[in-house]
Design a protein around this ligand. Structure first.
Ligand code: AMP
Length: 462
C-alpha cells in the first residue's frame, strides 16, 4: 500500500454581506472558528468597487494584531478563512481567501474541504497553458470559473463545479454579491444566518452567536446560494448524490456550541458518551475527560453510567493542538505540556477516561502513564468514536494509514500499547444512532474505509 502524502487541510470559512464594518464582523467570526485552523488567517472585503485583503500566517490574533488593519479593509461585504494544513505547507503562498480578476470581473474565494481529483484537474489545466500561483486545491475553482463562458454567475459556477470531485464548502465574493456553495454530498458544513442589517454564512453557527446573528438554515448539499442586494437566492443546484456529511465533525472537529448539518453538536456528542457507557461499562470511582474536546462525551458517559464526573486532568490552554507539531518526538513532549493530572484526585482511584478519538495513540499513552504515575489504581480508557482505520481525503487531518494506531493494531494490542487496564471504543452503529438522520447520510470513511466520493487518492486505498 502506498502512503498518501497529499496536502490535507482543516479549515473554517465565513462571509457577510450588506452590513457595516463587514471585515470586523468577519474578524470576530474567524475568532469563533479558530479551532478549525490556526496556520493562517485572512480577510478580503469589498466596497462594491475595490477589493481589500489582509492575510497572514498564524492565529487570528497574530494576523490581525492592530485595529489599524481594519481601516484598510473597507466595504459592506467580506469573506474570511482560517487554514490549517499538515504537509510542510507553512507557506504564505497558500493563504486564503484567494483573489483573481478575469473576464467576468473580480472574485475572491475561501474553501473548506479537499478536492479529490485535484492532481488530475491541475495536470489537465497546466497542459492547456494554465499557470498556478499556489499549491492549494482552492485555486482550481478560480481557473474553472474563469474558463467558463456562461453569462449568468450561478450557471457559470455550476458549470465550473461540475468538473470538481470531492468535499467543498466555500464562500466567494464578487463586487456585488456573496456566494456560498456546498458540494453535492454536503461533506463539510456551511450555515446561513441573518444579521440585523445583512446576512452571514459560516462553517459553524458558533460564529453567528458572537454577533447575535440568527440561524436561518444550512446551505444545502449541491446548492449555490447567491446573496446580493435583493437578499439570498438559490442560483443553481447541482445534482445531489447521496448525502455524506462528515460524522467526525460531530465526534471531534466542530465546537459543541455549534449547530452543524442542522443538529446541535453538544446534543449528539453527549449522546455518543451515553451510548458508550451503555455499550462498554466499567467499574470506577469516577469518570474524567481528556479536556477540552472530550468534555461533552464524558458528561454523557457519566450521566448514563451514574458514575460521577471529576476534574482529573488539567489542560494548559497556552499550547496549540497536539497535531500542530509535525514531528513525533516533539508531539510526545507536547502531550506532556498540554495535560497534567490532579494528583490528589487521581491517587488510589479506579478511573474511566473518556477520550473522543485515538489517532496515533500518542495522547492516550501519555495520559494513561501520567495517571498511573499520579497513583491511579485502574485506568479504563473509553473512546467515544470507533477505531480510526483510514485517512480522511475530504478535508480533515487524519494521517496516513501507517500512522493510525487502529490500522496497524487490534484493540487488545492498542490497549497494551497505551498501558490501560481496559480499552473500548464506541461502535459505528452506536455512533450513527445518535443523529436523527439516517445512518447512510453520513461519511464514515475514516472508521469504515468506505469512501463515498472517488478521486485520485483511490490508488492509495487498497
Ligand atoms: P493521538 O495522540 O494521535 O492518538 O490523537 C488523539 C487526540 O487528538 C484525541 O484526544 C483527539 O481529541 C485529538 N484529535 C483527533 N483528531 C484530530 C485531528 N484531526 N486534529 C487534531 N487533533 C485531533
Amino acid at each position: 500500500m502506498n502512503e498518501n502524502k497529499s496536502l490535507k487541510i482543516n479549515c473554517g470559512v465565513c462571509g457577510v454581506f450588506g452590513t457595516e464594518q463587514a471585515a470586523h464582523l468577519i474578524y470576530l467570526a474567524l475568532y469563533a472558528l479558530q479551532h478549525r485552523g490556526a496556520e493562517s488567517a485572512g480577510i478580503i472585503s469589498t466596497d462594491g468597487g475595490n477589493f481589500y485583503a489582509h492575510r497572514g500566517m498564524g492565529e487570528v490574533a497574530t494576523v490581525f494584531s492592530s485595529p489599524q488593519i481594519f481601516d484598510t479593509l473597507s466595504g459592506n461585504a467580506a469573506i474570511g478563512h482560517n487554514r490549517y494544513s499538515t504537509t510542510g505547507a507553512s507557506d504564505p503562498i497558500n493563504m486564503q481567501p484567494l483573489f483573481t480578476k478575469y473576464w467576468g470581473g473580480e472574485i475572491a474565494i475561501g474553501h473548506n474541504g479537499n478536492i479529490t481529483n485535484y492532481k488530475t484537474l491541475r495536470t489537465k489545466l497546466e497542459s492547456s497553458g494554465a499557470t498556478f500561483r499556489t499549491e492549494s486545491d482552492t485555486e482550481l475553482f478560480l481557473h474553472l470559473i474563469a474558463r467558463c463562458r456562461k453569462k449568468d454567475l450561478g450557471e457559470r459556477l455550476a458549470t465550473a463545479f461540475k468538473h470538481i470531485k470531492g468535499a467543498y464548502s466555500l464562500v466567494a465574493m464578487t463586487r456585488d454579491s456573496l456566494i456560498a456553495a456546498r458540494d453535492p454530498h454536503g461533506v463539510r458544513p456551511l450555515a446561513l444566518g441573518k444579521l440585523e442589517d445583512g446576512f452571514i454564512v459560516a462553517s459553524e453557527t458558533c460564529a453567528f452567536d458572537i454577533m447575535k446573528a440568527e440561524y436561518i438554515r444550512d446551505v444545502e448539499p449541491g446548492e449555490i446560494l447567491i446573496i446580493d442586494k435583493n437578499g439570498p437566492r438559490t442560483a443553481a443546484r447541482m445534482a445531489t448524490k447521496r448525502s455524506a456529511s462528515c460524522i467526525f465533525e460531530f465526534v471531534y472537529f466542530s465546537r459543541p456550541d455549534s449547530k452543524v448539518f442542522g443538529e446541535n453538536v453538544d446534543k449528539l456528542r453527549r449522546a455518543m458518551g451515553r451510548r458508550l457507557a451503555w455499550e462498554s461499562p466499567a467499574e470506577a470511582d469516577f469518570v474524567i475527560s481528556v479536556p477540552d474536546s472530550s468534555n461533552t462525551a464524558a458528561l454523557g458517559y457519566s450521566e448514563a453510567s451514574g458514575i460521577r464526573l471529576e476534574l482529573g486532568l488539567i489542560r494548559n490552554h497556552y499550547v496549540g493542538r497536539t497535531f500542530i507539531l509535525p514531528d513525533q518526538k516533539i508531539r510526545d513532549i507536547d502531550a506532556l505540556i498540554k495535560y497534567n493530572p490532579v494528583k490528589g484526585v487521581i491517587s488510589g482511584k479506579n478511573i474511566i477516561v473518556v477520550d473522543d478519538s485515538i489517532v496515533r495513540g500518542t495522547t492516550s499513552r501519555k495520559i494513561v502513564s501520567m495517571l498511573k504515575e499520579a497513583g491511579a489504581n485502574k485506568v479504563h480508557y473509553r473512546v467515544s468514536s470507533p477505531p480510526l482505520i483510514s485517512p480522511c481525503f475530504y478535508g480533515i487531518d487524519i494521517p496516513t494509514f501507517s500512522e493510525l494506531a487502529a490500522h496497524k493494531h487490534d484493540i487488545e494490542e492498542i490497549r497494551r500499547k497505551i498501558g490501560a487496564d481496559s480499552l473500548a471504543y464506541l461502535s459505528i452503529d452506536g455512533m450513527l444512532s445518535v443523529s436523527k438522520r439516517k445512518p447512510g447520510e453520513f461519511c464514515t470513511a475514516c472508521f469504515s474505509k468506505k469512501y463515498p466520493i472517488p478521486g485520485d487518492f483511490e490508488e492509495n486505498v487498497k
